[in-house]
Design a protein around this ligand. Structure first.
Ligand code: CP
Length: 308
C-alpha cells in the first residue's frame, strides 16, 4: 500500500518525482478553466474520501478540485458527522471506507489516528494535516520555491515563529531535499528534537538562533505560520502572542534576508501578527502561489499513491 503519511517516511526519489510531476501537470493545463478535465484522466472511475476533523479551506478545495480534474469523484466527510466521531474505531472505519473508496485523505488531530487509518485501510491514505505534521503543504512549498528560484538544494530556509506541525514537515523536507534550515523563535516553542535530528542525520545544517535578525542573514526563503495552531487552547493565545511578537516577519526583518529571498506562509494568516500585510502583499511574497500549488502538488501525490 502506497500511503503518503509524511515527508521523512517517503524516499527523496519519490518526493522529487512528485514535485516534477506536479509542475508538469500544472504546465499542461495552463490557461484552462479550473473545472476543465486534464488531458489524461488518471483517476477516472476512482472515488476519493476527504475526511476533515478540523476546519479547512485550501486542503478541502484543492483536493476536491484536483480529483475532479483527474476524472475522479469525491465525497467530503466531516469527522463529527461520521460514526468515527461517536465511538466507532478508527480501524473499523478504515476497513469499511476501503470497501467504498479507492483513496482516503484525512485531516485529524492525533498522529495516531492517521497511522491507525493507514494500518487498517486497504487503500492508500494521505495525511492532510495532523497536530504533528503537514506534508502536503510542504510539497506545495518546495514546488513553489523551485518554480521561482530553481533547485532548493543547498539554499538557506529560515522559519520564524512557532515550531509547529508545518515547521516539522519543513524540517523533514530539509533532510530529504538537502537544504539548510534555521529556526528562530522562543525556546518553549522549538520544533521537536526528533525532527531536528532527522534533518541533521541527512547531512544538512540545522541551526537554532534566538535573534531573528541574525537568523535571517543570508536567507533564501523566510517562512512563518500562525502563532496559535488549530490544536492549541484558546487560553494560550495571549502568552503565545507575547512570546512570538519579536519573531513577526515585517519589512525590517525581510530586508536582512537576501535581496531575492522569498516569503512564504501556508495560510490562513492573522495579518499583522505573525507577518505584516506589507510583507504578505510585498515583492518577496509567494503566498498565493503556495496556495495554488497545493492543487498541483497533491494531484501528483494522489497519482503516486495510486501508481498512476
Ligand atoms: N494551509 C492549509 O492547510 O490551509 P487549510 O487549513 O485552509 O486547509
Amino acid at each position: 500500500m502506497t500511503h503518503f503519511l509524511d515527508i521523512h517516511t517517503t524516499t527523496p526519489a519519490d518526493l522529487r518525482q512528485m514535485i516534477d510531476t506536479g509542475r508538469a501537470m500544472k504546465d499542461a493545463r495552463k490557461g484552462r478553466p479550473k473545472g476543465a478535465p486534464d488531458d489524461d484522466l488518471p483517476l477516472a472511475g476512482h472515488m476519493v474520501a476527504l475526511i476533515f476533523e478540523k476546519p479547512s479551506t485550501r486542503t478541502r478545495v484543492s483536493f476536491d478540485v484536483g480529483v475532479r480534474q483527474m476524472g475522479g469523484q469525491t465525497m467530503v466527510l466531516s469527522g463529527k458527522e461520521m460514526q468515527l466521531g461517536h465511538g466507532e474505531t478508527i480501524a473499523d472505519t478504515a476497513r469499511v471506507l476501503s470497501r467504498y473508496v479507492d483513496l482516503i485523505m484525512i485531516r485529524t488531530f492525533e498522529e495516531q489516528t492517521l497511522l491507525e487509518m493507514a494500518e487498517h485501510a486497504t487503500v492508500p491514505v494521505i495525511n492532510g494535516l495532523t497536530n504533528r505534521t503537514h506534508p502536503c503543504q510542504i510539497m506545495a512549498d518546495i514546488m513553489t520555491y523551485e518554480e521561482h528560484r530553481g533547485p532548493i538544494a543547498g539554499k538557506k530556509v529560515v522559519w520564524s515563529g512557532d515550531g509547529n506541525n508545518v515547521c516539522a514537515s519543513f524540517l523533514h523536507a530539509a533532510g530529504q531535499f538537502g537544504f539548510d534550515f534555521t529556526f528562530t523563535g522562543p525556546p518553549t516553542l522549538d520544533p521537536e528534537r526528533e525532527w531536528i535530528d532527522f534533518a541533521r542525520t541527512k547531512g544538512v545544517e540545522v541551526a537554532i538562533e534566538r535573534d531573528p535578525n541574525k537568523a535571517v542573514d543570508g536567507a533564501d526563503l523566510v517562512v512563518t505560520d500562525t502563532w496559535v495552531s488549530m490544536h492549541d487552547p484558546e487560553s494560550a493565545k495571549e502568552r503565545r502572542h507575547n512570546q512570538l511578537r519579536p519573531y513577526q516577519v515585517n519589512e525590517d526583518l525581510m530586508a536582512r534576508a537576501r535581496p531575492d529571498a522569498l516569503f512564504m506562509h501556508c495560510l490562513p494568516a492573522h495579518r499583522n501578527d505573525e507577518a505584516t500585510s506589507a510583507v504578505m502583499d510585498g515583492p518577496h511574497s509567494v503566498i498565493f502561489d503556495e496556495a495554488e500549488n497545493r492543487l498541483h502538488a497533491q494531484k501528483a501525490v494522489m497519482r503516486w499513491c495510486l501508481g498512476k
